[in-house]
Design a protein around this ligand. Structure first.
Ligand code: SF4
Length: 382
């Protein structure tokens, strides 16, 4: 099981909260597509296995690509890799790009799943975030995506936005849940350094939600999603049974993936690497046939800590027997000892698995960090 991620590093405008890599200089798209194709070719042997079970076009804004650009990318993927029959092929899209004409074109392409960046159905939230779409476009595009034949749909919402009351959040969730999508994601707003939102907060222009506000809204989210039959299978992800995302699930289960494009990350089971987050430098390197990436060999500590971080975010939790097989009895013992410092209401030991409780899900990353082993810890031996 392996996946390919393509980073499309262009956006129409900068959302105020976003710290992903993108450029608004859309005129540089043509050379970028050429470079992405070249990178796909140069890295055809990166993955330990050639069979690809998921492809994800993310960004940036992949829905800015036209038919010819998408065709060039898929042509290269199918030329250099063995894409499994029925592989999940997702394209991230913004509502303002999704005309019925564009959706029909996508439905004819290899794309079989859309991830739509709704974020909110409230105009004031969309303005505050500097999103390029309106609330009406958000509502319309989900209906049209279905009309075009897309059954596999997911949408994102954000809670903890400045000024978003619990009632507003419930209304947003109501609208999304009424669409009965097979999958959706919901994220608590984080204020990242060097974003416009960070400056707005620092200068007192907006006030962000408190931890208590975010926790209440996360509770409302869990209650409402479960009442509608969604499985809360990862902290930020909800799916109808059997509709869990293949691509993201493979990240959480430690499967290898190839990341193509500026800022894209890759993992081949032993090392991690990340491409330069700069379009001009990426293009210049690929022109010379070079991959502009830094590589990090993962130590056993890195792999152990990452296993804990990702597994605890999932409803399946962490398999203790697998942890022992992969890292040894000393490491498992360390984990049991470290659990003594974690609030007993935040986790459960269910047979072979360590699983977070509902209360623990509020603190998943904090709990994981309590269980990490650092290279200079005395025990266990790596
Ligand atoms: S469209 Fe997505 S990637 Fe682009 S600025 Fe907005 S949040 Fe960031």
């Amino acid at each position: 099981m392996a996946g390919i991620y393509l980073h499309i590093p262009f956006c129409k405008q900068a959302c105020h909260y976003c710290d992903f890599h993108f450029s608004t200089l859309l005129q540089h798209r043509a050379p970028m597509i050429g470079a992405l194709v070249r990178e796909l070719e140069l890295r055809a042997d990166y993955l330990p296995e050639k069979k690809i079970s998921s492809i994800y076009l993310g960004g940036g804004t992949p829905s800015l690509l036209d038919e010819a650009e998408l065709h060039r990318l898929f042509d290269a993927i199918y030329r250099f890799f063995a894409v499994e029959e029925g592989a999940e092929i997702t394209l991230e899209a913004n509502p303002d790009d999704l005309s019925l004409y564009y959706l029909n074109m996508l439905a004819e392409s290899p794309v079989n799943r859309l991830s739509i960046g709704i974020q909110s159905f409230r105009e004031e939230d969309l303005r505050l975030m500097n999103r390029a779409h309106s609330a009406e476009e958000a509502r319309k595009c989900l209906r049209m995506a279905r009309e075009a034949g897309f059954e596999s749909l997911t949408a994102d919402l954000i809670y903890g936005l400045p000024g978003l009351t619990d009632a507003d959040w419930v209304a947003n969730l109501d609208q999304l849940l009424a669409m009965d999508l097979p999958h959706f994601s919901a994220y608590g707003l984080t204020v990242e350094p060097k974003t416009a939102l960070h400056k707005m907060v620092r200068t007192g222009k907006v006030q962000v939600a408190t931890d208590a506000d975010q926790q209440r809204q996360f509770d409302l989210l869990m209650d409402m999603a479960s009442a509608r039959g969604y499985l809360h299978y990862e902290i930020s992800n909800f799916a109808k049974p059997g509709k869990e995302a293949v691509h993201n699930s493979s990240y959480w289960h430690g499967a290898p993936y190839l990341g193509i494009g500026p800022s894209a990350h890759s993992f081949n089971g032993h090392s991690r690497q990340w491409n330069v987050a700069n379009n001009a430098r990426y293009l210049a390197a690929l022109e010379k046939g070079e991959i502009p990436a830094e590589v990090e060999q993962l130590t056993p500590y890195d792999r152990f800590n990452e296993r804990i971080l990702t597994a605890l975010r999932t409803s399946a939790g962490l398999s203790l027997s697998q942890l022992e097989t992969d890292f040894g009895a000393d490491w498992l013992q360390h984990l049991h000892a470290a659990l003594g410092d974690v609030d007993a209401e935040w986790y459960q030991l269910q047979a072979d698995r360590l699983v977070l409780t509902r209360a623990g899900r509020h603190f998943a990353d904090r709990i994981a960090s309590e269980l990490f082993i650092l290279a200079d810890d005395d025990e266990p031996n790596a």
